[in-house]
Each structure stands twice: as C-alpha cells, then as structure tokens.
Design a protein around this ligand. Structure first.
Ligand SMILES: [Cu+2]
Length: 147
C-alpha cells in the first residue's frame, strides 16, 4: 500500500468517526420520550387527590399547587397533544425549570396522551419544579409545593 492510499484510508476512517460522534451528541441533546405513561391504577393511600390539567395551550393548570405530604397529584390531559410530567434532571440536562427537594426521588411520566392521566404521590416535603419535556421551550412547566 502506498503512502497516498494510507492517508486516504485514514481520512475516511476519521470522517466516519466524526460523523458518528456528531450523531451521538445530537441524539443526547434531543430530549426523547421513550415510553408511555404506565399509570392508571396506582395505590393512593389515605391522601387527597389534587387535579392538574394539561391542555392544548401547552400549560399546566394550575401552574402552582400546594399540597400536603401523602397527597397525590393527578395530571389530566384534557386536550389531544401529548405531554409529559418530568421531574428528572437526567431527562433534561441543563434545564433550569426542574428542581427537587434534597433526598426526593425523581419521576417522569412518559407520554400522557389525550384523555390519559398520570398520578404521583408526594411523600417528601419541599418544592418540586417539573416540566413537560417536549414543551419546556413553550414555557410548559409547573410547581408542586409539599407542605
Ligand atoms: Cu406538553
């Protein structure tokens, strides 16, 4: 093999490596919802259920609610656009709209389609700030304060 063909092969391998690296980085930067919401019948214990609507205006309503430890929030998709309820910084690295109290577990609904609900029972007091993964850019985020 002469020197020119070695350089050519090295260049091709280098370009391929750069392509795959770029593809990988792009994939990591794009938030992806990989599963549907699994919840329809979660045990809710003795607490109250508080409803938050998710609508086609890309809003959680009410945006902020205050509940007691042990209460369950039920997010209801009243529109036809799919949403998520995401309080997991790992799902949206760099998001400034996700926050959890120290020691609280992260949670993520997956897709909640029109007519579906997602329930989560809060046991750890503190302030939870969460987003809708695909609509954070449209300012679809909310807050649950557990007193
Ligand atoms: Cu949304």
């Amino acid at each position: 093999m002469n020197r020119l063909s070695r350089i050519t092969i090295a260049a091709i391998i280098g370009l391929q490596a750069m392509f795959w690296l770029a593809a990988f980085v792009l994939m990591k930067l794009t938030p992806q919802v990989t599963q549907d919401s699994q919840q329809t019948a979660r045990a809710t214990g003795a607490g109250t259920i508080i409803a938050v609507e998710m609508n086609d205006n890309l809003r959680f309503a009410p945006t902020e609610i205050t509940i007691k430890a042990g209460d369950t929030v039920e997010w209801r998709n009243t529109g036809s656009v799919r949403h998520t309820v995401t309080a997991d910084p790992g799902r949206a690295p760099g998001s400034k709209n996700i926050a959890l109290p120290a020691g609280a577990e992260t949670f993520d609904s997956g897709w909640v389609k029109g007519g579906q609900v997602f329930r989560y029972t809060f046991s750890e007091p503190g302030v939870y700030r969460y987003i809708c993964l695909p609509h954070e850019g449209a300012r679809m985020f909310g807050t649950v304060i557990v007193g």
